[in-house]
Design a protein around this ligand. Structure first.
Ligand SMILES: O=C1C[C@@](O)(C(=O)O)C[C@@H](O)[C@@H]1O
Length: 310
């Protein structure tokens, strides 16, 4: 792989990132002004399995929400057929519960069925829109088990969990060399842009490699706040960001969030894991319109679209 791309490097170009450091991160210049000058910190690219977050066009993540092992294996097969970049396992949907033994048993079968597709492991709690309501110890133990067992290529850590539980999972991930995605979900509303920007950046205090925030917009202005916060945060951190507004109003953030600095977008194969997720095929088509097709290396309007190169 080459070293730091020039500001003119198109978002759609594959393999635009420099070599990764042993910790799995590297830097690319994420953003250019219309005059061609960089105006943002260099993004620390994060490797999740074979995928680089923070380099090239936004990556497509397909969530799996089956309640048992057979269903997960079935969903994994369907997901593979849609060729996403990553798969997310929403462990909170597991009917057998979050005991490490159950998580590891289902996770092993899932990983085998994924045949190398990188896996983000998430236990989304009820307070953040998830299907389970574990205490912090149970939540952390489930994630620790998945990481220690080598099932996760990345792990989602909710920044709002207790500090001890968060630290436990982050330490386990560090020990295993697995990147951490710190997340926060505003499931009922959307805070003002400045508040959102600070909340997104505050997730960095967990030590996470990637910072993620989702909001529930009630008006078009909320969608603008989410996109504005994404851009503002991208100018202040070197961490790759993942942001989205949920529900019908937020769909355009899933299609065009990359322009503002979001490095991944969740698309569904079958069941959605959150409101507003678009099916993978039209999502890919939209990303190709916004960022250029994977193999084209062309970015529409690259010369007047700051943030496009993230
Ligand atoms: O954090 C997220 C984002 C998400 O909530 C969405 O809105 O697409 C979907 C969840 O599965 C994932 O964990």
């Amino acid at each position: 792989m080459s070293t730091v791309p020039s500001p003119a490097t198109p978002t759609g170009a594959p393999s635009a990132a420099p070599p990764l450091t042993p910790s799995g991160t590297s830097s690319v210049t994420p953003s250019v002004t219309s005059s061609g000058e960089s105006d943002a910190p260099r993004v620390r690219v994060v490797r999740v399995g074979t995928v680089e977050l923070g380099a090239g066009r936004p990556k497509v993540v397909v969530p799996l929400t089956a309640a048992d092992t057979a269903g997960l294996v079935e969903e994994a097969r369907a997901a593979r057929g849609a060729h996403p970049d990553l798969v997310e396992w929403r462990v909170d949907h597991l009917r057998a519960g979050l005991a490490p033994r159950e998580v590891v048993a289902a996770g092993r079968a899932l990983v085998a069925a994924l045949e190398g597709l990188p896996l983000l492991v998430t236990v989304r709690t009820a307070a953040e829109g998830g299907a389970a309501d574990p205490d912090d110890t149970t939540w952390a133990a489930a994630l620790e088990a998945a990481v220690a067992e080598g099932l996760a290529d990345a792990v989602d850590v909710e920044g709002a969990r207790g500090a001890d539980a968060v630290a436990r999972v982050v330490a386990a991930a560090r020990h295993a060399g697995v990147p951490v995605v710190a997340s926060r979900h505003e499931v009922r509303s959307t805070p003002p842009q400045d508040v959102l920007t600070e909340r997104l950046l505050a997730l960095g205090a967990t030590g996470a490699d990637v910072l993620k925030i989702a909001v529930m917009p009630q008006a078009p202005e909320d969608v603008l706040a989410l996109l504005g916060a994404t851009r503002a945060a991208s100018l202040r951190t070197d961490r790759p960001l993942v942001t989205m507004a949920m529900g019908p109003l937020g769909v355009l953030t899933r299609l065009g969030g990359g322009v503002f600095g979001s490095c991944a977008t969740f698309g569904r194969v079958g069941r959605a894991s959150a409101p507003g997720q678009v099916a993978v095929a039209p999502l890919r088509a939209a990303l190709a319109v916004v960022h250029g097709a994977d193999d084209e290396g062309v970015v529409a309007g690259a010369d007047h679209a700051p943030g496009r190169a993230r």
